[in-house]
Ligand binder design. Structure first.
Ligand code: NAD
Length: 472
């Protein structure tokens, strides 16, 4: 079979091949077989994209807001038209199940539709008679050229958290997608072009670390939206800020899911399984530690083990990652945890599968309870009270998401008030906010100020301008 041709960048409305660039293979995680090649764009290519975006920004910012919104709506309709093909692409390059892929594409469309409300959401404010004859107006104006740097785990949804909103606010946008899932990004860009996005207003630049470094240092970039792992988020945040850019960097996670003895286990167990092992644990909202408040531990573990026998796990993203996850399981055992349940993997799997694994007897200070594994591994920590459970969760340096399963409104309220995390679930195991709410964590799960999505994102992609006026 012939090798697939490397993907092209979209710069200034043109599809640009990079014949001299280093390229990486894109394997299908389910089979390990190659499905594409992605170029690693050098700094010269980044510069071309930034120049094109700057040039387009001058005109795009003057396009009336309702026209910008209509363009975004056309994009949303095309995404809807091709939703099934996009979901299949996500399955091919990311490995998650078709249902999970469909749900993630639907979330991306929801974010695009939210952006199309700009004629309402971009409105400023006005206060008459601040002083005698003096009025004050606040308008919101675009920040300029925005870059979005995205991770592998949501190839369609996360670029769509960023690009539609940044564009509708009047910015030019450059997408630097994960080099591990570049095919979906290519498709998103083609649909943006079909929707009629002006040349240079939306650009796609493939690449890895060197490409990101060139973007962060480029004086023509004004703002950076990043989603990815904690160490990269921290570096991106520091570097972008040092170059005078505004930045939001959504980072890693270690999410705790508290189960009280009064929880409805019929419903709790499938929810825990979905959260910890759905999408092979490669979700920033995945439960990684279950804090079982005794006496629920034994019964919960028994039921989890039973449910795991019938669970069809997805592959993880790469062979190196598969080995890293297996090392984490070994490390947990070496630290004193016990493997109490293991689910199956496909018998003829050529891909990067890890048996979904439950570790019991985990103590909060163990590395498996503290570090992000980002694979199908669930640690069980047993405690005696809700207070102790909240304390275990709050000791984590991460604070992306946390959930509680209980029948007690009082316990849920206590959890809601005291837990130190950005996104909480009450009898919900993957507490993903809809597109019109902010999305981000606390502590080392987030670097920056304004969160992704919702009103926070509109503020992030615009500057407020305050006009104090008096007429004589
Ligand atoms: P990653 O940090 O490896 O990559 C993210 C992006 O950064 C990619 O575009 C990549 O090309 C680039 N990159 C990688 N290393 C870099 C470096 N050294 N310098 C500059 N750029 C670099 O993340 P990933 O493995 O693709 O994604 C998984 C991670 O993302 C997990 O840690 C997960 O928790 C996190 N995540 C967080 C959220 C959230 O909302 N907080 C959402 C999704 C994923």
């Amino acid at each position: 079979m012939s090798e697939p041709a490397p993907l092209a960048n979209l710069i200034g409305g043109e599809w640009v091949d990079l014949p001299d660039a280093v390229t990486l293979d894109v394997p299908d995680p389910r089979s390990g077989r190659s499905i594409g090649r992605v170029p690693l764009s050098p700094p010269s290519e980044v510069d071309r994209a930034v120049q094109a975006a700057r040039q387009a920004f001058g005109k795009w910012r003057d396009v009336p807001v309702p026209e910008r919104a209509r363009l975004i709506l056309r994009w949303a309709r095309l995404l809807e038209r091709d939703a099934e093909a996009l979901a299949e692409l996500v399955v091919r390059e990311n490995g998650k199940s078709l249902d999970e892929a469909r749900a993630s594409v639907a979330r991306g469309i929801e974010a695009t539709e939210f952006a199309a409300h700009a004629p309402t959401t971009l409105q400023g404010s006005f206060l008459e008679q601040v002083g005698r004859g003096v009025d004050t107006t606040v308008v919101r104006q675009p920040v300029g050229v925005v870059v979005g740097i995205t991770p592998f785990n949501f190839p369609v949804m996360i670029p769509l958290w960023m690009a539609p909103l940044a564009l509708v606010c009047g910015n030019a946008f450059i997408l630097k997608p994960s080099e591990r899932v570049p095919l979906s990004a290519d498709r998103l860009a083609r649909l943006a072009v079909e929707a009629g996005v002006p040349a240079g207003a939306f650009n796609l630049v493939h690449g890895g670390r060197e490409t990101v470094e060139a973007l962060l240092a480029h004086p023509g970039i004004d703002a950076v939206s990043f989603v990815g792992s904690a160490p990269t988020a921290e570096t991106v945040y520091r570097t972008a800020a040092a170059h005078g850019k505004r930045v939001q960097a959504l980072a890693g996670a270690k999410n705790h899911l508290i189960v009280l003895a009064d929880a409805d286990l019929e419903r709790t167990v499938p929810a825990v399984i979905q959260s910890a092992f759905g999408q092979a644990g490669e979700r920033c909202l995945a439960a990684s530690v279950v804090v079982a408040v005794e006496p629920v531990g034994d019964e919960l573990v028994r039921r989890l083990a039973e449910a795991l026998e019938r669970f069809a796990v997805a592959p993880v993203i790469r062979e190196e990652h598969r080995r890293r996850v297996l090392d984490w399981i070994d490390r947990g055992v070496a630290e004193g945890a016990r493997i109490v349940a293991r689910g199956p993997i496909p018998a003829d799997a050529g891909g990067f599968f890890v048996e979904p694994t439950v570790l019991d007897g985990v103590r909060p200070e163990m590395a498996v309870a503290q570090e992000e594994i980002f694979g199908p591994v669930l640690s069980i920590v047993r405690v005696r009270s809700l207070d102790e459970a909240i304390d275990v969760a709050n000791r984590s340096r991460y604070g992306n998401a946390a959930s509680i399963f209980t029948a007690s409104g009082r316990a849920a309220r206590e959890f809601r008030r005291r837990i130190e995390a950005g996104m909480l679930g009450i009898n919900i195991s993957v507490p993903a906010p809809a597109a019109y709410f902010p999305f981000a964590g606390w502590k080392r799960s987030f670097y920056g100020d304004l969160h992704a999505s919702g009103r926070d994102a509109i503020e992030f992609y615009t500057h407020p301008k305050v006009v104090v006026s008096r007429w004589f």
